[in-house]
Write a protein that binds this ligand. Structure first.
Ligand code: NAD
Ligand code: USQ
Length: 434
């Protein structure tokens, strides 16, 4: 089986999990994410080993082999050769640019996100069709594809009655960002490929994943997965945990009624394993909503505050002007029964888990950059702001912009970043190690 995006936050633990279960795992990644971190001056809070170190350590500790193949999904020759050589029963596709703020920095980042994600996914569909048309494609989509409609969200499809007629159609989608829009395009392409070629696929509309400890990451520091906390890659819960551990206020954007689905990374492993063990029929494009609980941001902030309070520590919450354009108070009721029906037994987010996350991050607070922790660096209306420009490296930006230009066949102009300090950055207060 092939895991695409196996150097990533979820891909690496997934590759180990499947290897532990006895699958022959091929791990593909072009290390784009490490380059995007370098470009934007961001870094995982928990140090992560290289792919070579990871697979070597896994082999040493378990005797199992994960075959690492470094290439870009947008390189169709390389992808096609890989699929033809291994002829997988299943492909699990994580290999995309996954940050909403990154996709909103400017035109170039929006183009790069959509080109990377949509072309990579389309290349994959053609290679599966050519070499292994019965292979099960498991594709990671996002709950944010749906947006926050004022009706219940179904699992992928909805039956609509209109002018006396009725049909079961893909659920309407009003996504949160250019990143989420790339996922919508992927979903459409997968649905189409199943219809015309009879491929079988499961599109997993996943909620926000938290935690980074699985039974395998525990084995050795080289097997840990990444933990992002900055305002580009760090999700709100991760950021709240680091803010709590360093005595900073929790940064809720806007009113805090934004409600999303969440799940523990151990449940991600379980959901994908259940999906794998229960494949769809040929020609079926199945959609599962993959999350276990829903929370508003205010509820998340309260969970973190309460977990701290139990240790006698007070935590404050600040409501920042929202850098995103999104509903801050809204109806949200997304169905998520199909994975439960297959036997998923969820881990729920409670004080104990929040505590363990805070304990994990507290070990690494010396690596926290206070500006990246406190200040949103991208706004939906104006793109990357002075914080983004302070951290983005001009030479990296021009290299990556030429790569995008090559990919999409059009010139991409890059405005050099101003010299550091010229845009009046006011650094956040120094971080106190706890
Ligand atoms: P990540 O950024 O940590 O990992 C993605 C990996 O894919 C990276 O290692 C990157 O180098 C690789 N990659 C990207 N483009 C590639 C390409 N063209 N060719 C080869 N490799 C490429 O992201 P993650 O958090 O592990 O997310 C994995 C998937 O799950 C993504 O598709 C994301 O959209 C989806 N997802 C994530 C979450 C979450 O909370 N993390 C929630 C819902 C959905
Ligand atoms: N938010 C804050 N404070 C912060 C950071 C974020 O209030 O410091 C808010 C955002 O405005 C948003 C909510 O938290 O309303 C969620 O944002 P997030 O950064 O935690 O997560 P999101 O951008 O939705 O993206 C993450 C992953 C993405 C995945 C998505 C699943 O990065 O890959 O697709 O979760 S979902 O949200 O279901 O679409």
């Amino acid at each position: 089986m092939i895991v695409l995006g196996a150097d990533g936050y979820i891909g690496w633990p997934m590759a180990m999990h499947l290897s532990r279960l006895g699958h022959r795992v091929v791990a593909v990644d072009n290390l784009a994410r490490r380059a995007w971190d370098e470009e934007g001056g961001t870094e995982s809070l928990v140090p992560i080993a290289t792919m070579e170190q990871r697979v070597a350590r896994w082999h040493e500790l378990t005797g199992r082999t994960i075959a690492y193949e470094p290439f870009d999904l947008c390189d169709h020759d390389a992808l096609d050769a890989c699929i033809a050589r291994w002829r997988p029963d299943a492909v699990i596709h994580f290999a995309e640019q996954r940050s909403a703020p990154f996709s909103m920095v400017d035109r170039e980042h929006a183009v790069r996100t959509q080109a990377n994600n949509i072309i990579g996914n389309l290349n994959l569909l053609f290679s599966i069709q050519a070499h292994v048309p019965t292979c099960h494609l498991i594709k990671l989509g996002s709950m944010g594809e749906y947006g926050a409609p004022n009706i219940d969200i179904e699992e992928g499809y909805i039956t609509i009655e209109h002018n006396g007629r009725s049909d079961r159609l893909p659920f309407p989608k009003v996504p949160h960002s250019f990143y989420h829009l790339s996922k919508v395009a992927d979903s459409q392409n997968i649905h189409f490929a199943c219809r015309i070629w009879g491929l079988r696929a499961t599109d997993l509309n996943q909620g926000v994943v938290y935690g980074c400890e699985t039974e395998d990451t525990h084995l050795h520091p080289d097997l840990m997965t990444r933990f992002d906390y900055d305002s580009i890659w760090g999700t709100a819960l991760n950021r709240f945990c680091v803010q709590a551990a360093t005595g900073q206020p929790l940064t809720v954007y806007g009113k805090g009624g934004q409600t999303r689905g969440y799940l523990d990374i151990r449940d991600t492993m379980a959901c994908i394993t259940l999906t794998l063990d229960n494949p769809p029929d040929e020609g079926e494009c199945r959609v599962f909503n993959q999350f276990t609980e829903q929370f508003s941001l205010n509820q998340l902030a309260e969970l973190v505050t309460e977990a701290r309070r139990q240790h006698g520590q007070e935590t404050s919450v600040v409501h920042l002007p929202n850098p995103r354009v999104e509903a801050e108070e809204h109806y949200y009721n997304a169905k998520h029964t199909r994975l439960l029906d297959l036997g998923l037994q969820p881990h729920y987010l409670g004080n104990t888990l929040v505590d363990s996350l805070i304990t994990l991050v507290a070990r690494h607070t010396d690596r926290v950059d206070p500006v990246l922790l406190e200040r949103p660096s991208v706004t939906w209306r104006a793109g990357g702001n002075e914080v983004w420009r302070q951290y983005a490296r001009p030479e990296r930006r021009s290299e990556l912009a030429s790569a995008t230009a090559e990919l999409v066949g059009r010139a991409t102009r890059v405005t050099p970043a101003p010299p550091a300090g010229a845009d009046g950055i006011h650094p956040a207060p120094a971080v106190a190690a706890s």
